[in-house]
Design a protein around this ligand. Structure first.
Ligand code: NDP
Ligand code: MG
Ligand code: MG
Length: 340
């Protein structure tokens, strides 16, 4: 088994002597900046004027334009939207990096697919928490952390690995365990996972189940509970104890149904298509399509998004969740409520 490292394996000193610029204060940025500060590290936040800047200042950070934050720091963590990183990197980050600095990322996409090419005289590392930013913050406040992958692409100082590890400690991930990877492995597995299983695979499975039931004449409310609402309960059991734990909790009838029907739904052909998706990730074809889609101002992304939000499962879901106050509101909705 690969070696998982924890706080006891990590020296804080390498990063304590340095100033860290956290560039961006969104989902990941707000969590990294606050966790690092509370772990004793010196943080400046790099941003443009706007909503995030106001929030970071309210949270007590010194906020500077990206160029300034980078030029006064030793370690620069890039937590900007992936599709904007190449532009902001060229304009404000690259010209202000000094030899011997370190540049870091929470996802390998831009570096792996050559959209950001760091100079050869800086350390380049990755610390990718395996969870959303709001959990990186919440688990830290609760004394825990979100596991992370770390990797080093360039080590000019001889300290890049220690820096990456100290950084993972600072954001709380070393409390949960950190695992070594490469930019390539992190990028390819992350893209495959979200496309085939976590996001693309899951939403398509849920919709297909809902459509099958409603097209057969069953009530959409019942189909919603069966195909979407109950998913969380099942996933929580898998998260806590794997497939075995989930199967232990469901009825034997459900378990028998799992055995006789599951492999007919996701069958050998589905797996063949998973391999196809992985192939497109590995070849750079997916990356190229996404980069071009952004350059074209996202015509397809926006069209599909609008259509998806109108799917009958979404319409019935909105109504049902209003009647279930115990179901937590999504983060987006909460932020709107606070503002309103
Ligand atoms: P968000 O979209 O949540 O936040 C982006 C931040 O960048 C905002 O604070 C935004 O500020 C700022 N920003 C946007 N444009 C500019 C600009 N021109 N100049 C300065 N600041 C700007 O991003 P995420 O936190 O989701 O993603 C950051 C990185 O973390 C990505 O590489 C992503 O892949 C990675 N990651 C994300 C995870 C997640 O949970 N979301 C999980 C693991 C990795 P403003 O308010 O001004 O727009
Ligand atoms: Mg991802
Ligand atoms: Mg049932």
């Amino acid at each position: 088994m690969s070696k998982v490292l924890y706080e006891k394996d990590i020296q804080k000193e390498v990063l304590l002597e340095k100033k860290v610029a956290v560039v961006g204060y969104g989902s990941q940025g707000h969590a990294h900046a606050q966790n690092l500060r509370e772990s004793g590290y010196d943080v400046v936040v790099g941003l443009r004027p706007g909503k995030s800047q106001q929030k970071a200042e309210e949270d007590g950070f010194t906020v500077k334009p990206v160029a300034e934050a980078v030029s006064e720091s030793d370690v620069v963590m890039v937590l900007l939207p992936d599709e904007l990183q190449p532009y902001i990197y060229q304009e404000s980050i690259k010209p202000n990096l000094q030899a011997g600095n370190a540049i870091a990322f929470a996802h390998g996409f831009n570096v792996h697919f050559s959209q950001v090419v760091p100079p050869s005289d800086v350390d380049v590392f990755l610390v990718a928490p395996k969870g959303p930013g709001h959990l990186v913050r919440r688990t830290y406040e609760d004394g825990g952390g979100v596991p992370a992958l770390y990797g080093v692409l360039q080590d000019v100082t001889g300290n890049a690995k220690e820096l990456a590890l100290a950084y993972s400690q600072g954001i709380g991930s070393a409390r949960a365990g950190v695992l070594e990877t490469t930019f390539q492995e992190e990028t390819e597995t992350d893209l495959f996972g979200e496309q085939a299983v976590l996001c693309g695979g899951l939403t398509s499975l849920v919709k297909a189940g809902f459509e099958t039931l409603t097209e057969a004449g069953y009530q959409p409310e019942v189909a919603y509970f069966e195909c979407l609402h109950e998913m969380k309960l099942i996933v929580d059991l898998m998260y806590e104890g794997g497939l075995e734990n989930m199967r232990h909790s469901i009825s034997d009838t459900a378990q028998w149904g799992d055995f006789v029907s599951g492999s007919r739904i996701v069958d050998a052909q589905t797996k063949e298509r998973m391999k196809e998706v992985l192939g497109e990730v590995q070849s750079g074809e997916f990356a190229k399509g996404w980069i071009l889609e952004n350059q074209a101002n996202r015509p397809k992304f926006n069209a599909v998004n609008a259509r998806e939000n109108q799917h009958p499962i979404e319409q019935v879901g909105r109504e049902l969740r209003e009647l279930m106050p115990f179901v937590k509101k999504p983060i987006q909705q909460k932020q709107k409520d606070v503002k309103a």
